[in-house]
Design a binder for this molecule. Sequence first.
Ligand code: MD6
Ligand code: FE
Length: 222
Amino acid sequence: MATNLDLFGEDGDDGAAQGGRVALGPQSVVLRGFALPLVDALLAGVDAVTAQAPFRHMETPGGYTMSVALTNCGQLGWTSDARGYRYARIDPLSGQPWPAMPQAFMQLAQAAAAEAGFPGFEPDACLVNRYEPGSRLSLHQDRNERDYGAPIVSVSLGMPAMFLFGGDQRADKASRTPLFHGDVVVWGGVDRLRYHGIMPIKDLPHPRLGSQRINFTIRRAG
Ligand code: MD6
Ligand code: FE
């Protein structure tokens, strides 16, 4: 039977075994399966967050609609509209503060950051992304945060995705690494501003989440 890994053919680095580590750069690493013990609590957290702040497709400053649906939790939430990208305390859809960051998100983020060499991580923001087949995220830098001293912790659930990881310039060649249900990526330090993205998602339904991929990135934004 084909496994998820086989379905990516030779393109990916399949450093797969649970508990394995794949270095993406000097200060960025994929922790394979690191989130698996917390999946039930994480999915309950996603449900609690999206009940208060539903997934929505934001507009880019350039006038496009994002194919990835997103929402936020924590003190600060990332938003995009015709005026630009920014963090804000209030959800523009509800007029209310973003939902609190679930305890399991915080616990996982702090453990993963420490595991990757960033102890003392105190996040205040979490973007939650939902991908459907065909959704993609074009190459971008994460640079709306106030201070780049803190790492970003990124958790993948559901369908697999091919993660693109480039350099500090948009034109730099990007490596491709598959991310699977339960994988956690931590990056920071000298890698903090590297370009990255997600290739269009293939429809490889996940036993638990069906035809979707949920990603959340936990940050210190303010
Ligand atoms: C995603 N992730 O995995 C999109 N950003 O769906 C990101 O854009 C990202 O994974 C910063 C750090 C880690 C990430
Ligand atoms: Fe990003």
